[in-house]
Design a protein around this ligand. Structure first.
Ligand code: ZN
Length: 340
């Protein structure tokens, strides 16, 4: 890649960790100022792209005289008014960050999300061959993250958005078909498998399937607290929380759960309740195939740990989650209890 940049003056900033931290990212501001940086190229996975978005916005953050800490962009949910232009060279398909304006930054165990069209990458290079060096854990996490991004925008209630639904079902089916192949010795080097996974992850969160339809995101909001409090990989919080959301919200999501059972899993036998049970079970089995946990007990958490998560959700005002804003703290507790 450095060959492609020979005609440019460039500087490297490395060391952005998974779940990028404010403390690391803020160090980039010194280089940006001293070298007059006018463009950012994020080379890495979702965390690096997310981190670059924060760096891009922080470079122009002014605040006011008393408080010019760029953390306010997230902590006080301030609107980004100016950012450095950025692009991405993706090495890990998962978050879709290369194709949207969303990013998440962690500071002192607080993982906060933010979004702005000003930090959406101007272009992104997706080369599936670079994903061949990923570990099984990174592959499993990536496939599951993309799967849950799709579900958050699909498994709500029907507004007769046929194109959005069928795009979503296509992404889910592709991840179910191709994801396990990327872990099997006989097929894991197959570039078509990797390309289909990579493209699925991008399409899952570039705005296409979510346009004009209700969105849930409760699994992600509860999951962010599990990552912030206990350091669990992002995707692994999702694989633990999602099956419990499906179970606890099965009445509200009844119609879409049935559609999911029929169209994604081809379940056509049994009464409604039985078909939904089967679809949830197959979802859990798919996660297990991708080698991620599906219970809090799988990551050594128990009922005593639920209070802390509820407390954190409360502190952040996450008291009305889900597509109908009816996942109160009591329902979040029910979801976490279901996930034990
Ligand atoms: Zn995610």
């Amino acid at each position: 890649m450095s060959d492609a940049l020979t005609a440019h003056t460039w500087f490297e900033f490395s060391g952005i960790e998974p779940n990028p931290t404010y403390d690391t990212l803020i160090k980039a501001q010194a280089i940006i100022k001293s070298e007059n940086i006018d463009y950012l190229l994020a080379v890495g996975g979702g965390s690096v792209v997310d981190g670059a978005k924060f760096i891009a916005a922080a470079a122009f953050y002014e605040g006011d005289n008393e408080d010019n800490d760029p953390w306010n962009i997230l902590a006080k949910r301030q609107t980004i008014t100016k950012a450095l232009p950025l692009s991405a060279i993706l090495t890990l398909p998962a978050t879709g960050s290369e194709s949207n304006g969303n990013f998440v930054v962690t500071r002192h165990g607080n993982k906060l999300p933010c979004s702005s069209p000003l930090v959406r990458p101007l272009f992104a290079v997706l080369d599936p061959s670079v994903t061949l060096s990923l570990s099984d854990r990174q592959i499993g996490n990536g496939v599951v993250d993309a799967f849950v991004h799709t579900i958050e925008q699909y498994l709500t209630y029907s507004v007769n958005g046929k194109v959005q639904d069928r795009f979503s079902e296509g992404i889910l089916q592709t991840l179910i078909e191709e994801g396990p192949k990327a872990l099997l010795p006989a097929t894991k080097e197959n570039l078509d498998v990797r390309a289909n996974i990579m493209w699925s992850a991008t399409m899952a969160l570039n705005g296409l399937i979510g346009a004009g339809v209700p969105q849930d995101w409760s699994t992600h909001m509860i999951g962010h607290e599990l990552t912030g409090a206990f350091g669990i990989d992002h995707a692994r919080t999702l694989s633990i929380v999602l099956p419990a959301v499906m179970k606890v919200c099965r009445e509200q999501k009844h119609e879409k759960l049935l559609q999911y059972a029929t169209r994604v899993w081809q379940i056509n036998e049994g009464d409604d309740s039985n078909r939904i049970d089967q679809a949830i079970l197959l979802t859990e089995q798919f996660f297990e195939q991708m080698l991620v946990p599906t219970r809090l007990s799988d990551v050594n958490l128990g009922s005593d740990d639920i209070d802390l998560i509820i407390e954190r959700l409360q502190q952040r005002g996450m008291t009305a989650l889900g597509e109908k804003r009816n996942i109160t703290l009591a329902v979040s507790r029910e979801i976490l209890t279901q996930a034990l």
